[in-house]
Design a protein around this ligand. Structure first.
Ligand SMILES: Nc1ncnc2c1ncn2[C@@H]1O[C@H](COP(=O)(O)OP(=O)(O)OP(=O)(O)O)[C@@H](O)[C@H]1O
Ligand SMILES: [Mg+2]
Length: 360
């Protein structure tokens, strides 16, 4: 299928800073892709290039198969058929809600403009506020009006830059949820920038993970979580337990048993990364049994109830690394006492082995 939006080999520099570095990214019609990465990695620059707000320096931008920017062509934002939503909503303060939403519909006759504006306002649950001015609305309501304004002209591509970051946590969850349903209900291709991995996993059909101007992994959220390409990708989605080990015969010996390290030579130094939820703790009686069988025993430093999960801080004596401080995340209520000895089972689907990264 022809991508609704395609960035090919796009690079962009601000002086000596390479903000975007040979970026390739396609979004299918109806697809919701999140561009995720740490602050300063080039997400907004990539989005602004797609929108036409930043002049393209090198590469190609296509929409529905048509070139909108390359070395010869540079369509202005208003001719690209994109809808834009930014963090600061940017509604026109002197226009009522309905006129804000109707603003991009000048080509329609007055009656059709009003009908269309009312229809999208209803879609985002803001129909009752049509005659209000922006300053009379809460942040979440303004955000919904901004979304309605972007959707009103029925853009082929919607570009969102951190659209929820101005909202407090609870409102953010609600507006995110509503936005997801509105976007998945329409046929718009959406590129949404965020630095929040949970938000990306919540919203995205696909996540493009960016680091230093490059996309390092572009995959379904579950693939990024369970098959990260490197230590950065593994560590970006959750806090991880990390220690070093050495490869012997395609395996690394760890406190929790051997892990496979395919394609790595004997003697290679590796980072072992284990997600906290992969350390499944078992209670005292089983710990003694475990010790008898030569299995690892961990000692509780502290345990904390975090709501849906409990986080247990542990120490373990590892013959290779000395004393390790580990985190285990257990579902629900699991609060062993300080000093308690626990057994552990490792979920190997959430344990990763990567060559030790050369310092970047
Ligand atoms: N107009 C500009 N002039 C000079 N440097 C810029 C400009 N815009 C961005 N940069 C630099 O380019 C790099 C990428 O910036 P960008 O805004 O794309 O990052 P980002 O991933 O969106 O970050 P954040 O999550 O903080 O919004 C940064 O080093 C930034 O300082
Ligand atoms: Mg940004």
């Amino acid at each position: 299928m022809t991508p609704a939006l395609l960035l090919e080999d796009v690079s962009h520099a601000f002086g000596a800073v390479r903000a975007v570095d040979r970026l390739n990214l396609g979004i299918a019609p109806g697809e919701l892709v999140c561009l995720l990465g740490p602050s300063g990695c080039g997400k907004s620059t990539a989005l602004r290039i797609a929108a036409g707000l930043e002049d393209l320096q090198s590469g190609t931008v296509k929409m529905g198969g048509e070139v909108v920017a390359d070395a010869h062509v540079n369509l202005p934002p208003e001719r690209r058929g994109v809808g834009l939503v930014f963090q600061d909503y940017a509604l026109f303060p002197h226009l009522r809600v309905i006129d804000n939403v109707a603003f991009g519909l000048q080509r329609l006759p007055a009656q059709r403009r009003r009908e269309r504006a009312l229809a999208v306002l209803a879609q985002v649950g803001m129909g009752d506020y049509r005659d209000a001015y922006p300053h009379m609305l809460s942040g979440g309501q303004q955000q919904r009006v901004a979304l309605a304004r972007a959707l009103a002209p029925e853009p082929k591509v919607l570009l969102l830059d951190e659209p929820f970051s101005g909202l407090d946590a609870r409102l953010r969850d609600q507006v995110r949820d509503e936005t997801l349903h509105v976007l998945k209900g329409g046929g718009t291709a959406t590129l949404m920038v965020t630095h929040d991995p949970e938000e990306a996993m919540f919203m995205a059909d696909r996540i493009a993970l960016m680091r230093s101007g490059r996309i390092i992994q572009d995959a379904a959220p579950a693939d990024l979580y369970y098959r990260p390409v490197d230590a950065f990708s593994a560590g970006f989605f959750s806090q991880v337990n990390q220690f070093t080990a050495t490869v012997r015969d395609g395996c690394v010996a760890t406190l929790f048993g051997p892990l496979t390290a395919p394609n790595l030579p004997d003697g290679a130094a590796v980072d072992v990364l284990i997600r906290p939820e992969a350390l499944r703790l078992t209670r005292a009686g089983q710990a003694e049994e475990a010790a008898g069988e030569g299995k690892p025993v961990l000692h509780v430093i502290a345990s904390r109830m975090l709501g849906r999960t409990s986080l247990v801080h542990l120490r373990a004596d590892d013959p290779q690394n000395g004393r390790l401080h580990l985190h285990s995340r257990m579902p629900g209520w699991f609060l062993p006492g300080e000093g308690e000895a626990l057994g552990v089972e490792l979920d190997r689907s959430q344990a990763f082995v990567f060559p030790v990264e050369s310092l970047k």
